[in-house]
Design a protein around this ligand. Structure first.
Ligand code: SF4
Length: 113
């Protein structure tokens, strides 16, 4: 069965400035806020990819998104896309305690700044 997936950019901020970054076009992105988290939660996706910008710069927004989904009684799979900066052990422990299912770490930003 095909999964109902969503990819959300919780922030456009990032510590890097990769030439290949397509998130610099802010005109195509709405600002993430609590209402955004609620709207996404109500759609009851099977899987939500949390990205940015650098998503770890928006930990409170990630928490809002996960908690809003929890309030609906539907638990999607959550995956985080990160450049790895800030992915310290305590952050990983926190994300796991919130219900994150996995992290996709990419270093292209570090390799091709
Ligand atoms: S790490 Fe990702 S979000 Fe940050 S500048 Fe590079 S491509 Fe863009």
């Amino acid at each position: 069965m095909k999964k109902n997936k969503c990819r959300v950019a919780v922030t456009l901020k990032c510590q890097l400035d990769c030439k290949c970054c397509y998130m610099k076009d802010e005109a195509c992105v709405e600002i993430f806020k609590l209402a955004t988290a609620q709207e996404i939660a109500e759609k009851k996706y099977d899987e939500i990819a949390i990205a940015g910008g650098e998503a770890l710069l928006a930990l409170p927004d990630i928490n809002d998104l996960i908690m809003e989904c929890e309030h609906t009684g539907h638990k999607p799979s959550f995956y985080l896309y990160t450049n790895g900066i800030g992915l310290e052990e305590d952050v990983v422990i926190t994300l796991r305690s919130w219900g994150l299912d996995g992290v996709d770490y990419f270093d292209h930003g570090l390799a091709f700044p």
